[in-house]
Design a protein around this ligand. Sequence first.
Ligand SMILES: [Zn+2]
Length: 391
Amino acid sequence: MPVREGPPEGRGALFQLLRDGKPRTRAELSAETGLARSTIAERIESLLAIGLLRHAEKAGSTGGRPPSMFAFNPGARVVLAADIGATHVKLAVADLSGAIIEEQDHPLDIASGPEIVLDYVATAGLELLTKTGRSAKELAGIGVGLPGPVEHASGRPVNPPIMPGWNEFDVRAYLVARLGTEVALVDNDVNLMALGEYRTHWPDKPNMMFVKVATGIGCGLISDGRLHRGSRGAAGDMGHVQVPRGVDVPCRCGNIGCLEAVASGGAIAAQLTELGTKAVGSKDVVELARGGSVPALRMLRQAGRDIGEVLATAVSLFNPSVIVVGGALSQAGEHLIAGVREVVYRRSLPLATEELRIVQSRGGHQAGVLGAAAMVIDHALSPEQLDALVS
Ligand SMILES: [Zn+2]
C-alpha cells in the first residue's frame, strides 16, 4: 500500500498543528492544512465546543476588526502522573501542555504489593486533584511509572526483580476501576524519565538516551522522537551488561561481572564500607561525595568509566546526540559524568561523537512524572482519540 501523503483530514489532525500553542486564524489553518475554509470553520467549532481550543487575541494588531484567532487550551483537562519508585511515590497533576500544577512525595514500599500501592496512588491522586480545584470528571487519564520491566501494551509488569506480587498484575484495569477514568497507561520508570527529559528539555534532540544511575542502572531510549521499548519492554536494561572491571563480582541477577554489580549506588556503598567508610546506598554515597570524601569521588569517577564502557557500545549502535545522566547518584556532582565522558569520547568513532553531548539531567526528580504526563497527553490528544471524542 502506498504511503498516504497530503493534508491532515480529521479534527484530530487539524488540532495537532495547534498543539504548539501558537494562535492561528482560519486562513492560516486553511493554508497549513490545505483544507477548505468551511471545513476548517466546522472543525474549529467542534474543538471549541469540547474546550480544547480557545479564542485568542492577535498581539499588536491595530485598526479594523482583527480576524478571529484560535489556540490550544491546555487547561481543558488535567492528567495524573505517578512515579512509583522502590521506596517512594511521587504524584503530580499536570495540564495538557504537560506543565505540573501540583505535586507531592510520599514514602511507600513497592514490596507492600500492588493493591496497597495502587490504592494509595488512586486515593492520594484524587486528593491532589481536588487541591488543584479540578474534579475527576476533568481527568484525561493517569500515567504510571514502575521500577521494573513493564509490557507497555498490556500495562503489566514482567518478572520485576524488586516488586514481589506485581508480576503480570493488571495495573491498568485496577486504576481504571479505582479512578473511573478510561485511560491508564503504564511504563517502566526509566522510559518515562527519558520521555519527560526529552519533551521538557531536549525537544529538538529526537535521538537521545537517558541513563538512570541509582540502586539499579537502566536506560531509556528516544529514537526518532519516540520511546523505543523493544519487543518485551526490556530495551535499555543496561545494568546487566558485563563490564571488564566486574570479572569476578557476583550480581543479584545470578550472573557475574554486571555493570550494576560494580557501578550502582549499592555497589559503591559496599566498596566504601569495605575501605572503612560506612555507607548503605546512593544517598550515603552522594552525601560523602558532597562532603569531599576522596574515596567516594574516586569511586564515582570509576563508576562513570564503567557506565561509559557500556554506553560507548550503545553510542556506536544507536548514534544519539544527547546522553542524559540522571538518578540519585548523578546528584553527587560532575565526577560520575566526567568518568562517562572520558570513556565514551575515547572509545567511540569521531562521527558518532561529533555532536554528542553528555549532560546531567535537567528534569531531576520531576523527570518521571513529566514523562508519565506526556505519555497520557500523547494518547489523549492523538488524532484517533480526538476524532472519536468530537464526532
Ligand atoms: Zn546482573
